[in-house]
Structures are given as C-alpha cells and as structure tokens.
Ligand binder design. Structure first.
Ligand code: GDD
Length: 327
C-alpha cells in the first residue's frame, strides 16, 4: 500500500532535501506539499513532476483544512517556519503567526477531520538558549531558557506538540534540530552567508573583504541530508509523544567555521566585523547529545563537516555563475 506524506515547507531548504530523500529511497511514498502563490520553486524544479502541490498558507485555516482533506496524509513533516533568529526581534508577531498559529491550524485541521497521521514537528536547539558550561552536551531534559522571540515560538510549538499528544493522543514526534546546513541553505544563515560572500569574491564580483557578526558563538552543525534522514526515522521509528535532539555532538566556533570556509575557497580575504550582524542576545554555545535519538532510531550523522562546507561553497559558485551568465 502506498503511503502519503505531506511536507510543509517543501519549497524551502530542508523541505526540498526531504522530498528528494523520500523520492530516492521510498518510492512507495507519495509526496504532497504546500506552497503559497508566490513561493519560489527553484529548490524543487527538478522534482516538480513527482510531487502534488496544494496552494495553502498555514495561517489561513480554510486552506489548511482543504489541503488535509485532499491529501489525507499518513505522515506529516512540519518544516515550514519563520526560521531566521534576527528577523524575530524585528517581526515578533509575524514570527508567532508563521510558527505558532500556523501549527495550531495544522493540528486543529488534523483533529477536526479525524485523521491519524504521524506528525514530525521541527523544533529547535535554540529553545535551550542560555546553556551553562556544565550542561554541555545538552540533553533533552535540559531547562529551556530561550533568548529570542524565535526561540520562544519554538518552545510554544514544542509544548503544543506535547499537549496535543497528551490531550488527543495525536502521534506527534518532536525533533529538536541543532544547526543544519548545506546546498540551498538561505543566504542569511551563517555558513551559507559566508560561503556566498566568498563565492562572490572568487568570481571577481566583490572586493576581498568578508563581513561577519559574532565569531565567538559555538554551534553544532549537521548536514541537511543527514537531518532529513533523521526526520524520516523520527516518523518511522521514533516514539510519538517523545522529543529528540538531532545533532552531531560536535561544537565549532563560528571563527573556526569561517577559517575552514576561507581555506576551502583558497582565497586571501580581510575579515571585517559588521555591527548590524550582532544580536540583542546571542546563544553562545550549543552542542547536542543525540544518544536518545540514536537509541530509538539508530540514526547517526554520516557526512563530515568539511564535505558540507565544500558542497555549500560549490553550490554558491555554481549558482552565481549561472546568474551572471544569464545577464
Ligand atoms: N546569520 C549570521 N550571519 N550569523 C552570524 C554571522 C553572520 O554574518 N556572524 C556570526 N554569526 C553567528 C550568529 O550570531 C550565531 O551565533 C551563529 O553565527 C549562527 O547563526 P545562524 O546561522 O543565523 O543560525 P542560528 O544558530 O541563529 O539559528 C539556526 O539554527 C537553529 C537551530 O539551532 C536557524 O537555522 C534556526 O532556524 C534553527 O532553529
């Protein structure tokens, strides 16, 4: 019997990688996605004919209801979000609508229609926020001390997942993803941003100066292709009601990330601190313990960090070359 999977955020970074992963590895899964009328489709161009897309905005309840009525999914991967932390200080209401209200609409539509899918929700390591040195590597039991409106919105999504499981027995698995990156990552996020700046310099379109924010922060990076494999394992082997860290277990300072990317690019660049890239309160150190997820699903990261960085840099060089050739 064919299974049906609905991916919210399918036109985005992780969503498009997840769709590709499922198409390649699970041909018995039919894939449905949602997109808004103006969502760019670049990330899914190569697989568009293998997907069924619904015009839907998660903040519009009617469209969510219609999408679920038509797709009747066995699995829902809820990846759509306002995911950029700095934007959440400038647009907290938008962030709460896109993350919290949207998820209420999704859960309520499932409940009202009496559907019984397994639902993975993309929660975040940002929820841990202010982490003490003695708490590293972070376990799921760590206190949540969120430091941005984005992080608070993810705490709300996370606890809403817990509550709908307890109240209605909905099969919700919460993944607390630590940073993930790779090709197609939005250009505002640190690895992608640095890689894009370096690609512009490499191609001769920018002077050899790279702008940076806080280089002292430490993050735990997983390749997006490992991350989406984790999402599938979460719905197929994870326990409903549970919360799981998905992480590599290794921490790198952003300075180290920058140095590695510069080495990969082979360039000689000047590093310039840009105060506009600083945050009202930055999360200083996130390194995750993923042993609970490994125990329940067997998942572990497979792609090493330098491969991810190289692939991201090459992605930008190729993309920018095409843009320039088209001019
Ligand atoms: N974006 C950005 N740009 N970040 C910079 C820069 C820069 O020029 N320079 C230094 N940083 C630092 C940030 O201050 C932060 O400490 C770190 O690099 C990572 O920033 P982001 O890539 O923007 O990611 P994030 O850690 O804030 O959030 C990401 O990971 C979360 C999981 O922990 C996002 O993907 C979230 O959606 C996700 O939930």
């Amino acid at each position: 019997m064919k299974k049906r999977a609905l991916i919210t955020g399918i036109t985005g970074f992780a969503g498009s990688h997840l769709a590709e992963f499922l198409l390649e590895n699970y041909p018995n899964i039919e894939i449905f996605g949602i997109s808004r009328w103006r969502s760019p489709k670049d990330n899914i161009l190569k697989i568009l004919d293998k997907l069924t897309l619904f015009e839907c905005d998660l903040t519009d309840f009617n469209s969510v209801l219609e999408t679920l009525k038509s797709s009747k999914p066995d699995y829902i991967f809820h990846l759509a979000a306002q995911s950029f932390v700095p934007t959440s200080w400038r647009m907290p209401v938008y962030t709460f609508n896109a993350n919290v209200i949207a998820q209420i609409n999704l859960f309520e539509a499932v409940r009202i229609l009496g559907l019984d899918p397994t639902i993975q929700i993309a929660c975040s390591s940002e929820e841990y926020g202010l982490v003490l040195e003695s708490e590293i590597p972070i376990k799921e039991t760590n206190p949540l001390r969120p430091l941005s409106p984005y992080a608070v919105s993810k705490v709300a999504q996370d606890y809403m997942g817990y509550q709908y499981f307890q109240s209605y027995g909905m099969k919700i698995v919460r993944t607390r993803g630590f940073n993930h990156t790779g090709p197609r990552r939005g250009e505002v996020f640190v690895v992608s941003n640095f890689a894009k700046q370096l690609a512009l310099i490499k191609l001769g379109y920018a002077p050899p100066v790279i702008k940076v924010g806080n280089l002292d922060a430490v993050r735990d990076f997983t390749d997006v292709r490992d991350m989406v494999r984790a999402y599938y394992l979460a719905v197929s082997r994870g326990k409903p009601g549970e919360v799981y860290n998905v992480a590599s277990g290794k921490g790198y300072s952003i300075r180290e990330v920058l140095d590695r990317l510069i080495r990969i690019s082979g360039l000689d660049v000047k590093v310039e601190r840009d105060p506009k890239r600083e945050r009202p309160s930055d999360v200083m150190r996130l390194v995750g313990d993923y042993s609970k997820f490994h125990k329940d699903t067997g998942w572990k990261p497979e792609i090493d960090f330098d491969t991810t960085l190289k692939d991201t840099f090459n992605y930008w060089v190729e993309k920018l070359q095409v843009v320039v050739k088209k001019r």
